[in-house]
Design a protein around this ligand. Structure first.
Ligand code: FEO
Length: 385
């Protein structure tokens, strides 16, 4: 695939993966993107997952023909992008590898070699000339590992953005909605590092970018303000859409009944969106991304072994790991003899920034009754304010 006259796509699509990073469901597969820049010198941008070595090498050969690559530029050392460094460097003994100092340390640990006699250690602000193309290296620590360095081609105005602007899903799978799988990917994988992504966006703001080439997902060529704007929203923990997300667990269905009734009440009050997730059965990472999408969230769960039901505990810990903040939280607790969930959830979220807890929460003592129905009305009124 041609990106520009001199830049070609040589990545691969993965439809066999079960869980990305061994935890994220990817029903539409995954793409590991790699690119070749053809100039007086040739450069390959990143490698791909180790299960696609031959396909990737074949793609490079199809682009270069009899020419050999001069540079392998490694922007990120996570194995979905670095796994084929050794096979590439063995196959092309004249090639030089270009990466950050931290990346070379990781390379030694992952692959047993850091190529001291065949490398260029790139630093923030340095450039590499391929002939017509001048590549600028920009440090992007913690987007999403500390060694990350992204690359700007000033000639074609292309930003090779490593994991930034990536998404779940193979590139040969139709997907009209970039945002949903990009949000689930961003919040899941980079969500903790909003500050660092903001720093990267500030640096990128000074560049004339016409094309974004991420290591995952489609090449972005049009309407770049949309993608940059969403990434800015997510990394600043701002509210993306108006609505209330309800996340619940339910052992025998009574807490679920309360959660569904609250959803109905909120819809009747005109709430623009009320998505609901069963944390034991639905995709936990979709629910996590929705918690960051909307400004208001209801957490409904039972007391369990004097704690809270395990999927809810996991969910809240996942929110905290990703710097959950700036949200309004309502709670529905259920406990047959000693309800404790409200206190436990409040304590768990107490060290998150700018969390507003509703005053009108709901306590079920086993099942819904007239009192809890009235409490749901009060919670619905308050969360809508
Ligand atoms: Fe796609 Fe952080 O690796």
């Amino acid at each position: 695939m041609e990106i520009t006259n001199d830049i070609r796509y040589v990545g691969v699509n993965d439809h066999k993966i079960d869980l990305f990073e061994s935890q994220y469901a990817v029903p539409h597969g995954m793409a590991y993107n790699s690119y070749v820049i053809v100039d007086e010198k040739t450069a390959v941008m990143d490698t791909v997952d180790r299960r696609f070595t031959q396909e990737w090498l074949d793609n490079i050969e199809k682009v270069l023909g009899d020419r050999k690559p001069d540079y392998l530029i490694i922007q990120h050392m996570e194995p979905d992008h670095s796994a084929n460094i050794k096979v590439f460097m063995d196959k092309y003994p004249e090639a030089t590898i270009v990466s950050s100092a931290v990346a070379f340390n990781m390379m030694k640990n992952f692959y047993g070699d850091n190529y001291t006699d065949r490398r260029i250690i790139s630093k923030e602000g340095e450039t590499l000339s391929l002939g017509r193309h001048i590549l600028h290296f920009v440090a992007a620590p913690m987007v999403h590992w500390p060694e990350v360095m992204i690359t700007y081609d000033e000639t074609d105005k292309v930003l090779f953005s490593a994991d930034a602007f990536g998404k779940f899903g193979a590139n040969d799978t139709p997907d009209d909605n970039w945002a949903d799988e990009a949000r689930r990917y961003y919040i899941g994988i980079v969500g903790k590092y909003g500050e660092q992504v903001q720093a990267l966006l500030a640096k990128a703001g000074g560049l004339d970018i016409q094309i974004i080439c991420s290591t995952h997902g489609p090449v972005l060529k049009e309407n770049l303000g949309y993608y940059i704007g969403l990434t800015n929203t997510w990394s600043s923990y701002a509210v993306e859409d108006e609505g209330v997300v309800i996340c619940y667990t339910s052992v025998y269905g009574h807490t679920r009944e309360a959660a569904l009734l609250l959803q109905k009440k909120l819809q009747e009050k005109g709430c623009p969106a009320v998505p609901i997730y069963d944390l034991a059965r639905d995709d936990m990472h979709k629910a996590i991304s929705e918690a960051f999408r909307y400004g208001r969230i209801i957490l409904a769960t039972t007391t369990y072994n004097m704690g809270i039901f395990p999927p809810m505990e996991t969910f809240i810990n996942n929110l905290k790991e990703r710097n959950f903040q700036k949200r309004k939280v309502g709670i529905i607790e259920n406990g047959t003899w000693a309800p404790k969930a409200k206190k436990i959830i409040t304590d768990m979220l107490s060290d998150c920034k700018d969390i507003t807890f509703c005053q009108n929460n709901v306590t079920l003592k086993s099942a819904m009754n007239a009192q809890s129905d009235a409490q749901l009305d009060a919670l619905a009124d308050e969360i809508m304010q």
